[in-house]
Design a protein around this ligand. Structure first.
Ligand code: SAH
Ligand code: SF4
Ligand code: F3S
Length: 442
């Protein structure tokens, strides 16, 4: 069996990384070529997210759409990722034409799964969390763009009371320093300019190198920064309870480290933070923000928020608004609380009524958007290095890329600049992007 594979990815960057690795594996083991058009595919994989209700609904509506699109043809439908892991066999109930369900920790077995389907098995369900490291079973990364991602830490032991991730991705573990370095070197050889170190709580990274030296994330960053060709570095996502002094210092010490940190707070209320099981207070969080800004005055801060956690009062929510005002985030994601099956919070009394959740979310987003726009406008007049990812729109003569703070920048320039860092003067700050003019000639 070989042919064309279409993969659609939902959820976080780690899922995006996993999708890339699945394509590498299918190409190497089976000669599958990736296609952008599902109508041309023989194998359709949906790499799913289970973190909120909507994510799950998106899966089933996408499955339905794709089934229609490929009607009358034999296409293998596979569901991987975090819904695969937790919903398992239920998926076959809602979408009986699905051939294969697997999870985020066993996708290295895809070639084997396909063989079993060829041999006549159907509705194959395998969500084992194997003890062998999946990364050791995967081929080297084949396809990298200007931004190369490497999962360095996986899983989660934090068990925040609202969250399914510990159930979908399993326990916290870290890849070895040598494997990370090897993979980064491979990405740079293929043209990656920026390296993103990924983990569910990437600052929980902990591993020994061959000499027995303990590497936490800060030391790993210092090590990766030594690799020739790594021009920019970023790490995503950090947990406030896993912050440490060294991770503040790297922002001052490592020139390639981008001035950007995604440090989710979820709520500004200590009472709610405790009920969420986050393991820190709002004051502790603010103290880290202060230290980080002292070490790196240009640091762009991003966060996640959950609105309407069970028992959240207007006063709790005010604490969240106050914290958002006080920090003045450059970027933020905010979500309505969604009760997830199997989590502790799903058992809690005092749900916040849906209209109230919607109203609070809108109030919070107003504050977040105001700060984001102010931050974008503050960039005007500065010269930023922009890593060009591609044309902003085909044929527009405009390029799009990201600066060190992860702001999107559009500016005129030739396509030969794609994949390079270009110094750009920012001339306008809009709600979701910046406009600039290059300060070098093509
Ligand atoms: N490990 C990261 C985040 C992982 S999930 C951390 O702890 O910071 C990404 C985001 O989804 C979370 O930060 C949270 O804001 C949101 N999220 C997770 N579970 C949720 C739920 N049950 N309802 C609403 N939002 C949720
Ligand atoms: Fe989920 Fe909490 Fe783990 Fe983040 S730290 S993945 S929110 S359990
Ligand atoms: Fe979603 Fe799984 Fe990532 S639940 S957020 S895809 S770890």
């Amino acid at each position: 069996m070989s042919g064309a594979v279409y993969i659609r990815t939902f959820g976080c960057q780690m899922n995006a990384y996993d999708s890339g690795r699945m394509l590498d594996l299918l190409a190497e083991s089976r000669g599958y070529a990736p296609v952008e058009d599902p109508a041309a595919a023989d194998l359709i994989i949906l790499n799913t997210c289970h973190v909120r209700e909507k994510a799950e609904e998106k899966l089933f509506s996408e499955l339905g759409r794709l089934k229609k699109l490929t009607a009358g043809r034999r296409v293998i439908f596979a569901v991987g990722g975090c819904v695969g892991q937790t919903e398992g066999r239920l998926i076959f109930k809602r979408a009986p034409y699905v051939d294969l369900v697997f999870g985020p920790q066993n996708y290295h077995r895809l070639p084997d799964f396909l063989t079993r389907l060829e041999q006549g098995e159907s509705r194959l369900w395998d969500v084992d969390i194997p003890t062998e490291a999946k990364f050791d079973e995967l081929p080297a990364v084949r396809s990298a763009g200007p931004i190369g991602s490497v999962t360095v830490q996986e899983g989660c032991d934090k068990f925040c009371t609202y969250c399914v991730v510990p159930f979908t991705r399993g326990r916290e573990w870290s890849r070895s320093v040598e494997r990370v370095v090897e993979e980064v070197e491979g990405l740079v050889r293929q043209g990656a300019v920026e390296i993103q170190l990924l983990g569910q709580n990437v600052n929980a990274y902990q591993s020994l190198d061959r000499e027995g030296v303990v590497h936490d994330l800060a030391l790993l960053i210092r090590r990766v920064a030594l690799i020739d060709g790594v021009r920019r570095l970023r790490f995503i996502t950090s947990h406030p309870a896993d912050m440490n002094a060294d991770l503040v210092e790297v922002f001052a010490d490592v020139p390639q480290l981008a001035p950007y940190l995604h440090l989710p707070i979820q709520s500004g209320s200590d009472r709610i933070l405790q009920a969420m099981g986050r393991g820190h207070t709002a004051a502790e969080y603010l103290a880290w923000v202060e230290r980080l800004r002292a070490a790196c005055p240009d640091l762009a801060l991003a966060s996640d928020f959950i609105v309407g956690f069970p028992g959240e009062t207007e006063a709790d929510f005010q604490d969240t608004l106050n914290l958002a005002e006080r920090v003045g985030y450059d970027h933020a994601y905010s979500f309505k609380y969604s009760a997830r099956p199997g989590t502790q919070a799903a058992q809690l009394p005092d749900p916040v009524p849906e209209p109230e959740i919607a109203a609070r979310l809108a109030r919070l987003q107003k504050v977040l958007e105001r700060h984001q726009l102010a931050g974008n406008r503050r960039q005007v007049g500065r010269v930023e290095e922009v890593l060009v990812e591609g044309p902003s729109r085909p044929g527009s003569g405009e390029l799009a890329g990201r600066d060190g703070t992860w702001r999107k920048v559009n500016f005129p320039g030739p396509e030969s600049w794609i994949g390079t860092l270009v110094p750009v003067r920012i001339v306008e700050g809009m709600p979701n992007s910046l406009r600039g003019v290059p300060v070098v000639a093509p």
